[in-house]
Design a protein around this ligand. Structure first.
Ligand code: NAD
Ligand code: UD1
Length: 332
């Protein structure tokens, strides 16, 4: 089976490429390298000892997108490509709408032109906004508070409309919770440009003394210790969820939606303390005001993914913080 991964040199795409190659699938990557590096292709090949085909192209270019998909005729497409920085999306919303929506439309149309009916989409827990209760199940009402989140909501709606008009389509929407960590080889991992916005890459930079201290956004939330609680999932587990989604699409079940998390919430302080203990290093921190737009607590119900996708996470919080630090030490 041939799987085409858009955004395939990105953080989650690269880890999924490794899992797909290990499973014996043929893998094609397309990425414009706006947020990743070409060296990731070699790293994937080194880890798996297998060849991958890579196209450095922008999926907003319809002609190029059609050309690649017509040439490759994939059996399934996993669509990771997109811009993902919440703060930036508030500043340059049109760029986010253009990049995320146009690339998706081009990929879907190009797939249609070659009769490829199997699509997996990277959505986000951000579509749940501020949940009224926990854990979050897939039936919860969805909403968005920023342009990035709205691109995910809009694309989910587009996919439902498209599938209604085309009953042969199989579309699996995966709503990721908070992916962290890196491949155990430390050859691929999360490599954000500039000062990180997200917690784990910020902690690793502080541990490496590249940043003086972690600012913890708020210690007055109604949570176990006052700091924000999230459902962190190891990126290798998340990558494996995509392999389950490939199998799901083969069952011809139309549009399906799954949370991909561990079902367990950890606070910022628990993350810091686990990181310090496992890696035997101090992470200085101070408490500052809450970050605008943050919610107190968020974790998934993973019952549906366990039952229908037959997906179960295997890696622990210790694995997450250890692999994140190993990657940072090797690369920065
Ligand atoms: P990433 O930025 O590492 O990977 C995305 C890749 O897409 C990058 O390599 C980028 O160069 C590429 N890309 C962007 N626009 C493109 C275009 N027009 N044409 C071709 N390539 C393009 O991000 P990631 O963390 O791997 O996330 C993958 C997907 O999962 C994204 O859609 C993101 O919104 C979604 N997601 C991520 C998280 C997270 O915390 N990382 C959480 C929920 C959902
Ligand atoms: C962020 C995105 C969200 C996206 C998710 C997964 C924002 C506002 N939201 O959410 O859309 O789906 O990542 O990629 O960017 N924290 C600190 N100090 C820091 C960084 C974070 O205390 O320097 C805290 C946050 O307040 C939060 C937790 O750590 O409680 C996790 O933050 P982060 O990694 O940014 O993820 P989310 O806020 O869940």
């Amino acid at each position: 089976m041939k799987i085409l991964l858009t955004g395939g040199t990105g953080y989650i795409g690269a880890h999924t490429a490794v899992e797909a190659l290990n499973k014996g699938y043929e893998v094609v990557l397309v990425d414009n390298l706006s947020n990743s590096k070409k060296s990731v292709v070699n790293a994937i090949e080194q880890i798996t000892n297998k060849k991958v085909k890579f196209y450095q192209k922008d999926l907003c270019n319809k002609k190029d997108t059609f050309k690649i998909i017509a040439k490759e005729k994939p059996d399934q497409v996993i669509h990771f490509a997109g811009l993902k920085a919440v703060g930036e999306s508030v500043k340059i919303p049109l760029k986010y709408y253009e990049n995320n929506l146009v690339s998706t439309l081009n990929v879907l149309e190009a797939m249609q032109s070659v009769g490829c009916n199997n699509f997996i989409f990277s959505s986000s827990a951000t579509v749940y906004g501020e949940p009224k209760k926990l854990p979050i199940t897939e039936e919860f009402l969805v909403s968005a508070t920023n342009p990035y989140g709205r691109t995910k909501l809009f694309i989910e709606e587009i996919l439902r409309d498209y599938a209604k008009a085309n009953p042969n389509l199989n579309i699996c929407i995966l709503r990721y919770f908070n992916p962290v960590g890196a491949h155990p080889s430390a050859l691929i991992g999360e490599d954000p440009n500039g000062i990180p916005n997200n917690l784990m890459p910020y902690i690793t930079k502080v541990a490496m003394k590249k940043l003086p201290e972690l600012k913890i956004f708020g210690n007055d939330y109604p949570t176990k210790d006052g700091t924000g609680v999230r459902d962190y999932i190891h990126v290798v587990d998340l990558a494996r969820a995509h392999i389950c989604a490939i199998d799901k699409n083969l069952e011809n079940t139309g549009v399906t939606v799954y949370n991909v998390g561990t079902g367990v919430g950890y606070s910022v302080l628990e993350m810091v303390q686990t990181f310090e203990k496992v890696n035997n290093i101090l992470v200085p921190y101070s408490f500052v005001a809450r970050r605008a737009g943050d919610i107190p607590e968020c974790y998934a119900s993973n019952a549906k993914a366990e039952k229908e996708l037959r997906f179960k996470t295997q890696l622990s919080l210790e694995d997450m913080v250890k692999s994140a630090y190993e990657y940072e030490k090797k690369h920065n």
